[in-house]
Design a protein around this ligand. Structure first.
Ligand code: NIG
Ligand code: FE
Length: 400
């Protein structure tokens, strides 16, 4: 049991702004949950003897949720960055055996220990900006053992750092060269057989795929999602990143919790996502890195009532980004997402994109995952560039 005194509470989506400084609020926690919220002067007697921390009138938001990352990988792709500056496109590089496949070579060669050591500085950068829940995908193994190794590293991150980790099986990320002649065998022997292993070992919370001309078709993903459903695993999809291939419609048909990227999403995709309650996860770091010019259809998503989330997409190729605050700024500046939508996009809607209903807002009963900021207004989180106003994180009721 713990009481956090003297907070100004900013809840995502609230039009009224944070509670004013004249009304210092208290948040009482118990068993990692928020037990009570109210004016300091109204604190119920049962919390009277609980330890107290004074938040000094600072602004408190839900802990941030980075709902789309590939933060576990071997090596880096700085050379590919140079090649793109010399004129090569992301697709050119992928077709020439670089891109995702170059990270696959480095990830296969790295030990579990080495992958953990390489991922932790990236994770620490995210946590330093208020992240309390982090999604991590496999997808740089493209063989069963390495995909499982990546997810073991992801699970270990949650044991060595104060953060919740949700893991995602992304073996359908690219076709490895050894299966070039037999796509169906790859899906059967690696994507599906590996999913069974990951599930049996408790390593996987959701299933994802890269639905694109250079990766997998909607028909292939249909098969993968059908298998995920049989295991009771929720699905999500990298869709419409480089072209409109019908990925979002397929994802919606499977009741996907999210469809991600979506620059090339058409009206039928928007309508399908609205009907299925699928969250649109926008990834401005990849848009920026690839110097994409086609904007995701934000106005249409808004009109249709599709919840919008924002994430870093932290990965070695298209988004070497370890700042969720910068993703919020880019969401606002590049995609015209309002600061209040940006905050909802990294809290309540990001939770939904992970299928989590126990976090992402500040309410009794939810997990006591909070971020405490040295700012006056929540809009400052997306307004400033390259500045970190985090004062502290509260993870499962513990100040860290
Ligand atoms: O989210 N779109 C596909 N997957 C990653 C990029 C992976 C890579 O290039 O390493 C993404 O952008
Ligand atoms: Fe991604």
């Amino acid at each position: 049991m713990q009481v956090f005194n003297n907070a100004r509470i900013a809840c995502p989506g609230a039009e009224t702004g944070p509670t004013p400084p004249s009304e210092p609020m208290a948040i009482a926690t118990e068993d990692a949950r928020i037990a009570w919220i109210g004016k300091v002067s109204d604190l119920p007697g049962r919390f009277a003897s609980a330890p107290r921390s004074d938040l000094g009138g600072r602004l408190v938001t839900p802990g941030l949720i980075d709902c789309h990352t590939h933060v576990v990988f071997g090596g880096d792709r700085a050379r590919e960055f140079e090649m793109r500056l010399e004129g090569a496109s992301y697709e050119d590089i992928a077709r020439a055996g670089g891109g995702i496949l170059s990270s696959v070579r480095d990830t296969r060669a790295a030990s579990e220990e080495a992958l953990l050591d390489q991922a932790l500085p990236r994770v620490d950068a995210l946590l330093a900006e208020g992240v309390t829940t982090l999604e991590i995908k496999s997808g740089y193994g493209l063989e069963v053992e390495t995909e499982l190794k990546m997810l073991r590293v992801a699970r270990r991150i949650a044991r060595v750092r104060p953060v919740s980790v949700r893991t995602t099986w992304l073996a359908a990320h690219a076709l490895p060269p050894e299966y070039a002649a037999d796509r169906a065998a790859y899906l059967r022997e690696v994507v599906i057989a590996g999913m069974d292993r990951a599930h049996a070992e408790g390593l996987v919370d959701a299933v994802d795929g890269f639905c694109e001309g250079i990766a997998f078709s909607p028909e292939e993903m249909d098969l993968v999602f059908g298998h995920a459903a049989g295991l009771g695993l929720p699905v999500k999809l990298h869709a419409e990143q480089l072209s409109d291939g019908g990925g979002a419609v397929l994802a919606a048909r499977h009741g996907a919790i999210s469809a991600d990227h979506l620059e090339y999403l058409g009206d039928n995709g928007v309508a399908a996502m609205a009907a299925s309650g699928t969250v649109a996860v926008l990834l401005p770091g990849a848009f920026y890195t690839l110097r994409e010019t086609k904007l995701p259809p934000v106005a249409a998503l808004r009109r249709a009532g599709v919840p919008i989330a924002l994430a870093t997409d932290c990965n070695p190729g298209t988004s070497p980004l370890t700042s969720l605050l910068l993703a919020m700024n880019m969401g606002a500046t590049l995609f015209r997402i309002t600061p209040s939508e940006c905050l909802a996009g990294v809290t309540v809607n990001a939770a939904r994109a992970l299928g989590l209903d126990d976090r992402g807002a500040i309410r009794p009963g939810l997990r006591a995952d909070l971020a405490v900021w040295d700012i006056a207004r929540p809009a400052e989180l997306s307004y400033r560039i390259g500045f970190n106003p985090l004062h502290a994180r509260i993870v499962g009721g513990e100040l860290v």
